[in-house]
Design a protein around this ligand. Structure first.
Ligand code: SAH
Ligand code: SF4
Length: 393
């Protein structure tokens, strides 16, 4: 394995105000920061909290993007806010709709970078898969995003902005006087399973998810948000304490030898260390169970022995095993396990008492399935030979 993997957290996040004189974007600010921003914009200090609450509701409960529409703020105040502040979400560049109804949005963020967001409709609910970084520092050898170098972390505004633009597209901001209970929503769940490693962008992901959970706004329960990590162990306990959402882990292998190749962060925090952190999670976060994601790669990690080892390893952890048929991408060095193999693997896991649903690939025709995301505009692409070499295969 070449020493490419700079497993580092020293990533650049663009400052909120990129240039002097640029307006302050109110999206993505915590309640406290929103209050400060409004005071800086000239709102009397004693009104800060109340005004922040009003603006918050306009932005996140009603989906309003212009101060003009904020009718419970005085006219003069609205004009003043419009002069120095803005409500800016990422720009949707393209929207593709798959045969199965899955929607993929390519969105552009500051700096001209692009990330992908996927909406997966299901019966009586719908899941939005959002991105946390442009590219990824990690180099999981089966993942398309892993072939793209990290460009930068997304800001909290860009993370929650993905939810806002999806709600725009789905027409899902409540009409005045009509309640919009989460149970009946088109966008009822969020998964942080798009591009990037969310735990290497912890603060921004946390702030954005706090906004998604806020009862006076988008109002999704923490049990409807799932964060998927490749195994950034030191941040797992923090996720429980500071976000409290459900956790999914990209497990994918049952020996350190294989996991080192598939998920190279394993060389930093191996299976034993990871499992110890996972054991503590459900209690710390008060969540029901952890989802173990397991990508099915023909002849690599899909044997009966692997299935038996898996159930031994996770013994005692409240868990669900999500079997993910490998989704191929141009240049990918692996093949998908056969349906029979996936079934046999699932049966073993199931017999040990764990639910083992097979994740149905969605939106494959538009390259929206797990691990297929990357922005084609980012040209820092590795060759097939380089990918295979780094995977040690
Ligand atoms: N970086 C985070 C979240 C994004 S990846 C993480 O690694 O957990 C979301 C899920 O898709 C992960 O479980 C990842 O391992 C899986 N995945 C990546 N590439 C895939 C592929 N080509 N086929 C199937 N699943 C893939
Ligand atoms: Fe990054 Fe997750 Fe892909 Fe690994 S699987 S390269 S951590 S996005």
């Amino acid at each position: 394995m070449t020493a490419k993997t700079p497993i580092t957290q020293d990533l650049v996040t663009i400052p909120r105000k990129e240039k002097k004189g640029e307006k302050t974007n109110l999206v993505g600010l915590t309640r406290g920061a929103l209050q400060e921003a409004l005071i800086a914009a000239g709102i009397p200090e004693r009104q800060g909290k109340m005004r922040a609450g009003q603006v918050w509701q306009w932005m996140y409960q009603k989906g309003v993007r212009s101060f003009d529409q904020m009718t419970n703020l005085g006219k003069e105040l609205r004009v003043r806010l419009a002069e120095t502040c803005e409500i800016r979400v990422p720009e949707v560049v393209t929207r593709q709709i798959s045969e199965d109804g899955t929607r993929k949005y390519l969105v552009r963020i500051a700096g001209g970078h692009e990330v992908e967001v996927v909406y997966i409709p299901e019966e009586n609910r719908g899941t939005l898969c959002i991105s946390s970084q442009v590219g990824c520092t990690l180099t999981c050898s089966f993942c398309h995003t892993g072939t793209q170098k990290l460009v930068r972390n997304l800001t909290a505004a860009e993370i929650i902005g993905q939810v806002m633009i999806a709600r725009d597209d789905l027409g899902e901001w409540p009409k005045p006087g009509v309640p919009n209970p989460p149970e009946a929503r088109l966008l009822s769940n969020i998964v942080l399973m798009g591009m990037g490693e969310p735990l290497y962008n912890f603060e921004n992901v946390r702030d954005a998810m706090k906004i998604a959970m806020d009862p006076e706004g988008i109002s999704l329960s923490r049990r409807r948000i799932t964060l998927s990590t490749s195994g950034v162990v030191p941040e797992i306990a923090r996720t429980a304490q500071e976000i409290g959402c459900l956790l999914a882990v990209s497990f994918h292998a049952t020996t350190d030898e294989i996991r080192d190749k598939l998920v190279p962060i394993n060389k930093r925090w191996n299976l034993e260390t990871l499992l110890a952190a996972l054991r503590a999670y459900p209690k710390a976060s008060n969540s029901e169970r952890i989802t173990f994601e397991y990508v099915m790669l023909k002849g690599v990690n899909d044997s009966d022995e692997d299935a038996h080892r898996l159930v031994q390893l996770i013994k005692g952890i409240p868990a669900k095993i999500n079997l993910i048929p490998f989704n191929e991408w141009p240049g990918s060095p692996y093949e998908r396990s056969s349906n029979n193999r996936i079934r046999a693997f699932g049966d073993i896991v199931n017999a040990a008492g764990y639910a083992s649903p097979v994740r149905k690939p969605r939106g494959e025709d538009i390259m929206a399935a797990c691990g297929q995301l990357r922005s084609e505009t980012e040209r820092a692409r590795k060759s097939r030979a380089q990918i295979a070499k780094e995977a040690g295969i």
